[in-house]
Design a protein around this ligand. Sequence first.
Ligand code: IVH
Length: 678
Amino acid sequence: MNAKAAPAALRREAAALREQLQSHNLRYYVHDDPQISDAEYDSLLRRLQEIEAAHPELKTPDSPTQRVGAAPLAAFEPVRHLQPMLSLGNAFSLEELRQFDRRVRERLGADAAPCYACEPKFDGLAVNLCYRDGVLVSGATRGDGETGEDITANLRTLNAIPLRLQGSAPPHLIEVRGEVYMPLRGFAELNARAEREGEKVFVNPRNAAAGSLRQLDPRVTAARPLRFCAYGVGHLAGWPEPDSQARLLEQLRHWGLPISPLLEVAFDIDAAIAYFQRLEAQRPNLDYAIDGAVFKVDRIDWQHRLGSAARAPRWAIACKFAAEEAATKLEGVEFQVGRTGTLTPVARLQPVFVGGVTVANATLHNADEIERLGVRLGDTVVVRRAGDVIPQVVRAVPELRPEGARQIRFPDACPACASPLERAPGTVAVRCTGGLVCPAQRRESIRHFASREAMDIEGLGEKLIEQLVARDLVRTVVDLYRLAREQLLSLERMAEKSADNLLAAIDASRQTTLARFLYALGIREVGQATARILAGEFGSLDALMAADAERLQELRDIGPVAAGHVHAFFDNPDNRAVIAALRGAGITWPEAERATGELPLAGQSWVLTGTLESLTREQARERLEALGASVAGSVSRQTRVVVAGSRAGSKLTKARALGVEVIDEAELLRRLQYNAGL
Ligand code: IVH
């Protein structure tokens, strides 16, 4: 027997301490009913640390002492969410909220009377917590919705996040969605300290929360006052799905996850509006920042029926509080030329603090807007800013107009290339007709092409693009792939090493994905989500280019406007020539093996293991293949899902080891039904 083995009494004491600490955490974060002081909590924690230090074999991975365990990271790894993390549509007025309710009822059918689960909209950061058999195994940022960054070590340091779910029968696998935020008091203290010590202060609590989670050293995160509140679930396996949003959240609370104490179910849209008004009145008394309320159709089966559009569910909406406003002086107006040539008037303002940040520029949108506002240079104007929205000039204050204030004149020609401007009939947009001649358009389209979400050419920044365009070294994106080392070396502040790095980055961008390439092309109305859908639906660029407008219109999740732009783009011979040249320059991506049309599981490799009860493996295989999946005999990193029946063995072990998603038979049946659109 090991001489140093902990006596049974110490083992029991450690277990009891862990339980007590966990229960005090729950009382504090989940039930808002603390029973001991912070000092008492700390002394219990210290006692447990002492025991574990003397007897490391008594440590458990979910011990409260193990929250800050990991060493600093070099970088955050990407993690794919099992279910995409969607964002929310916005309503900016109560009328828009009523419109949302009308749309919901129209879709559900005449006699549907939806109730709404109502919650505050937290102004923090969305995170995804993955619990496997009740144990927190990973935590990630939202990222692009499909793939986020692995910040498990940082999230583990939040006492509000349980390392293990309460209760004896947790779900096999659950993705808990929620918000990490910094309470206002903690934010004020943090900034006060930073100021005293001459460190960087954060502009608002959301940035502070984001900055705290983006630390490579979890000890820094641990020292920040962060909170977590759960508001939903992504993937769920091995647990019957609750039938309402409110019951789902109640279940999360039972498992020890904090949910909002302000959660309420509104009987109809009038009650939801009353909730919104009450919440707005309460807002100044809350200890955390919120920027509106979120309303979700309470019945989960109705949520499924409503489904989602490209980026946001049709069953939920965020209703924003009126944005903050401030008055300042309009010092000038500049006209910016965008990627497609559209001129946007931008107001240069005397800097003013509004909506949590200092604003010096605001958009004036277009000529009509300038006219509508009746604003002149030198006017006092009211600026509004909400959340991440670009600051706007909402009105002028003519009473304060200085003498001789001049009218704002739209230029007669493009400020960047002097080409004539045009205003397409029926639109408000004024466009430069210069096309490729216009350096501003070229700069912007190259910037978009090279951006991180598109071709991801590292090191090709704004300044560099400006030089390349000004010297005519790059006229179109195709020229990027023809740049020679000497040409780069002739640029200002370009050392040999940077030139080589840039060439390597350009070369690396040749290997891309179809979705990135489509997004990089800058087709109007085709953002990342739409590009991904197009890539997934068609599988190959040739198939997409050959699609007629009708076929595009048929696609789920793509509106008629976007479909029209896509078709027009590929119909244009100039665009076809650019695409051919880019492919000629060596840009490639893995093509899907076959164009599988709209099959929902196309391109996914599934593995079946163990005994299934309600259908044979052969039947399961047939049904999966009918939905476009291929069914493989062994598990690899390429495997998308492993279905484990009873008595599953080594394949299951391997899937777990590789972090491949494992589902049970009930979940398989649910997905088969769901994907078959039943
Ligand atoms: S639900 C499918 N509920 O808002 C629904 N989101 O604009 C997805 N947010 O990324 C989100 N409070 O960061 C939901 N009570 C709440 C929320 C909330 C804040 C954030 C979240 C999300 C963003 C979408």
